[in-house]
Write a protein that binds this ligand. Structure first.
Ligand SMILES: C[S@@+](CC[C@H](N)C(=O)[O-])C[C@H]1O[C@@H](n2cnc3c(N)ncnc32)[C@H](O)[C@@H]1O
Length: 329
């Protein structure tokens, strides 16, 4: 008999996901259910490690008709005849959650770069929804507001001396790089993006649907490929538009391995030092540790992202954009 896989790691991962998913009772229960279920763990452990993530597995199950409900329904699907089709979806798709609430942090950071026109380059852009900071109104609860865009309103409670911008940025280019760019005009792609929103997160789902409409009105320039390979091409497109290039990334560098993270940081620091672009990073504190190290305070939770402008930490954002702290959170 072949030795059985050790299920310890995947069980621990599902326990971790369960804690992370505490704001979605259904996913929280599903992740705990999987962690307690050796039969399901064994099926999932045959997937490549990067494909074992709860968010991807659960979204794929929902794409195949599973409604949010009791864990037993998920179990029946994963152990039943539909599994090969669910597995194909897991292998074909990625977690590419595109969260425009992160613009509540990006927009004040752009305001710190002056009044001139800006040419945006986003690394790991997904569908490019975060390339439209000028198309939203903002309410930074406790700090101020910015209106007049004609678009949807993004709201976030904030603390600290947030530099509320006096006007929207002027954007001359919206260039995104992604390993697998999603197309806002493609029904399947957008349906997958919507499925990635956790059950119960209705506000996020509405925000995403509105953001897809905003982006569809003038789709971005998306370049398919690895961010390290395509950074220079993207910068060339941005620079040609006449604006000052700004490279930004959020919840994306975390997907690079350690060597590529170091390489990307080195390249961006060199570009900034040469005056070729500004750099805005919004990532977990351990993703580019040298940035979080410049913060005056530590985040109050691990899943808070560090906002850094040209290498200097300025704020913390709850990962999905639910709270913003200028200086501290
Ligand atoms: C979680 S999404 C974040 C999307 C967007 N930045 C946001 O904050 O809403 C991460 C994106 O990074 C992309 N990605 C991961 N590794 C990449 C790489 N090496 N080069 C380019 N894109 C990458 C994924 O395909 C995915 O679309």
């Amino acid at each position: 008999m072949l030795p059985l896989n050790d299920l310890t790691d995947i069980r621990e991962n599902y326990r971790y996901h369960a804690a992370e998913m505490s704001t979605s009772p259904c996913y929280h229960a599903w992740a705990n259910g999987v962690a307690d279920d050796p039969e399901v763990l064994r099926v999932l452990s045959d997937l490549p490690i990067l494909k074992q993530q709860a968010n991807l597995v659960f979204a794929a199950a929902r794409r195949h008709g599973l409604e949010p409900g009791p864990y037993e329904d998920l179990r029946a699907l994963l152990l039943g005849p539909a599994w090969p089709a669910v597995r194909d979806t897991i292998l074909a798709r990625r977690t590419q959650t595109n969260e425009v609430a992160r613009l509540t942090a990006l927009t004040p950071a752009l305001g710190m770069l002056g009044d001139g026109p800006l040419a945006l380059v986003e690394l790991g852009a997904s569908a490019g929804l975060c390339l439209y900071p000028d198309r939203y109104d903002y309410v930074w609860g406790g700090a101020g507001r910015l209106g007049g865009s004609g678009g949807p309103t993004l709201r976030v409670p904030s603390v600290g001396p947030l530099p509320v911008p006096a006007r929207h940025p002027r954007i001359t280019a919206r260039v995104g790089v992604d390993l697998n760019p999603l197309d806002v005009t493609d029904q399947e792609d957008m349906s997958w993006l919507l499925t990635l929103i956790w059950p119960g997160h209705d506000e996020r789902r509405d925000r995403l649907a509105a953001a897809i409409e905003v982006t569809r009105a003038q789709p971005p320039h998306l370049i398919a490929g690895d961010m390290l390979d395509r950074l220079d091409d993207a910068l060339d497109v941005a620079a040609a538009s006449g604006g000052v290039p700004v490279v930004h990334h959020s919840a994306a560098v975390a997907y690079l391995d350690e060597r590529d993270r170091v390489e990307l940081e080195k390249r961006l620091r060199t570009l900034v030092a040469a005056g070729r672009c500004h750099w805005i990073s919004l990532e977990g504190p351990r993703v580019i540790p040298s940035l979080a190290a410049t913060a005056a305070t530590s985040p109050s939770a691990d899943h808070h992202f560090c906002l850094a402008v040209d290498g200097q930490a300025v704020a913390w954002l709850q990962g999905h954009g639910a709270a913003l702290g200028w200086g501290r959170l």
